[in-house]
Design a protein around this ligand. Structure first.
Ligand SMILES: Nc1ncnc2c1ncn2[C@@H]1O[C@H](COP(=O)(O)OP(=O)(O)OP(=O)(O)O)[C@@H](O)[C@H]1O
Ligand SMILES: [Mg+2]
Length: 342
C-alpha cells in the first residue's frame, strides 16, 4: 500500500447492502440531504471495522427540475473506481445540478442512483465482508444519509465560510459519517484529518479561523474535508477555481493519484478543456441539460462538438511537447488583433 493509499483508503465503512433494483430518484432522498462533509448528519452508531470496497456510482435517466423548469434531462453519469470522469459544458448546462443530484443534495424528478461495490484487486484475498466478492448494486437513494456519506463526498461549487471555526474544525466535519452519536468510535479519524490537511497543503493553517483565509486557501480546506471523509466516490465541482497555477497543477495531480493509487471513482467539473483532456479517462459533455457526448477526451473534445456546444469556433490540436489535446477558442478579439498587425 502506498502512502497515498494509506492516507485515503476508506476506513471502517460498511459494505453496501445489496438490493435488487434501484428506485426512482424522485421518490427518495429528501431535498437537502447531503453527502458533503459539511452537511453530513452526525453518526448514529459506532464505526464498523471492515474497509469499504472501491465503489462505482451510476446515475441513470436523471431528470431534474427547479420549480417548473426542467434543467437536466435523462442524463447518465457513470463513475468507476480508478477512473476520472470530467464533466464539461457551458455555463448553465447542468453540470452542478447533475453532480449535486449524484450526491443526493438535489432531488431528481426521475432516474436511478446506484452504488456498486467492487473488490480491490490487492485486497481480494483478505477476509472481511467488504473486501470479498462484490455484492450487487445498492440503491443509493435507499441508504441512510450517514451510510451514503461514507461512500460519496462532494466538493460543492459554492464554498461556505463558517464563522468561528478553525481549519481543523472544518476538516473534521468530514469525519461525521464515521463517528458515533457522541462523536466517538472513529479510531482513524485524527490520522485521516492530519493526512487530508497535509495532502491539500493546509496543515500550516490548521489553527487559523476559516474566515481569515483567501479564496484558494478556503477551497483547499473544503477539499481536505472531503478527503477526510474517505469515500470511494469523490465529486468535485470546479475544484481549481480560485487556485493559483501551482495549486491547480497539484490538485489535478492529487486527483489523478487518488484514482490511480486508491481506486477512488472521481467525477470532476472543469471549465478548462485542456485540463479535462490531460486528467480525465472519460469526458461527459453537457449542453442545455442533456448529455451531448460521453467518451474518451479524443472522442468528445472534437472541434465540431465543441464549436456546436459553445457556439464559437473552437480548434483542437495535439501539443507536440506533451502529446495532449489542446483547445483554442477562436474569439473575435483574435481576428481584431490580427487586423491590427502590419
Ligand atoms: N437553485 C436554482 N433554482 C432555479 N434554477 C437553478 C438553480 N440552480 C441552477 N439553476 C438553473 O439550472 C440550470 C443549470 O444550472 P447548473 O448550476 O447546473 O449549471 P452549470 O453547468 O453548473 O453552470 P456553471 O458552469 O455556470 O456552474 C441553469 O439554467 C441555472 O440557471
Ligand atoms: Mg456549476
Amino acid at each position: 500500500m502506498t502512502s497515498l493509499d494509506a492516507a485515503l483508503a476508506p476506513p471502517a465503512s460498511s459494505a453496501l447492502p445489496a438490493v435488487a433494483a434501484t428506485a426512482p430518484a424522485g421518490q427518495a432522498a429528501p431535498a437537502g440531504q447531503a453527502a458533503p462533509a459539511a452537511q453530513a448528519a452526525p453518526a448514529a452508531q459506532a464505526t464498523p471495522t471492515a474497509q469499504a470496497a472501491p465503489t462505482a456510482l451510476v446515475a441513470d435517466g436523471v431528470s431534474v427540475a427547479y420549480g417548473a423548469a426542467d434543467v437536466v434531462h435523462d442524463a447518465r453519469l457513470e463513475l468507476r473506481p480508478g477512473r476520472v470522469t470530467a464533466l464539461v459544458g457551458p455555463n448553465g448546462s447542468g453540470k452542478s445540478t447533475l453532480l449535486r443530484t449524484a450526491a443526493r443534495l438535489q432531488r431528481a424528478r426521475a432516474g436511478t442512483l446506484s452504488l456498486e461495490p467492487s473488490p480491490s484487486p490487492e485486497r481480494q484475498d483478505e477476509p472481511g465482508p467488504a473486501t470479498g466478492p462484490a455484492t450487487g448494486p445498492a440503491d443509493g437513494l435507499a441508504l441512510s444519509v450517514r451510510d451514503f456519506a461514507r461512500h460519496v463526498a462532494l466538493l460543492t461549487q459554492g464554498r461556505p465560510v463558517p464563522s468561528g471555526l478553525s481549519v481543523r474544525d472544518v476538516v473534521e466535519f468530514g469525519r461525521h459519517p464515521h463517528r458515533g452519536r457522541w462523536g466517538r468510535g472513529d479510531a482513524g479519524g485524527a490520522v485521516a484529518v492530519d493526512q487530508a490537511l497535509r495532502l491539500t497543503g493546509v496543515a500550516g493553517l490548521a489553527d487559523r479561523g476559516v474566515d481569515q483565509l483567501s479564496g484558494g486557501q478556503l477551497q483547499r480546506v473544503w477539499l481536505a474535508s472531503c478527503l477526510a471523509q474517505q469515500t470511494g466516490v469523490l465529486l468535485l465541482d470546479e475544484p481549481t477555481t480560485y487556485l493559483d497555477l501551482r495549486y491547480q497543477v497539484e490538485l489535478l495531480d492529487l486527483v489523478r493519484d487518488l484514482a490511480d493509487e486508491s481506486r477512488i471513482a472521481v467525477g470532476v467539473v472543469l471549465h478548462d478543456l485542456d485540463q479535462a483532456a490531460a486528467l480525465a479517462d472519460t469526458v461527459v459533455l453537457l449542453h442545455e441539460g442533456r448529455v451531448r457526448a460521453t467518451g474518451t477526451p479524443a472522442e468528445v473534445l472534437t472541434p465540431d462538438l465543441l464549436s456546436e456546444v459553445w457556439g464559437i469556433d473552437i480548434e483542437v490540436d495535439t501539443d507536440p511537447a506533451t502529446g495532449r489535446l489542446r483547445t483554442r477558442a477562436v474569439a473575435r478579439h483574435h481576428t481584431r488583433t490580427e487586423r491590427l498587425l502590419p
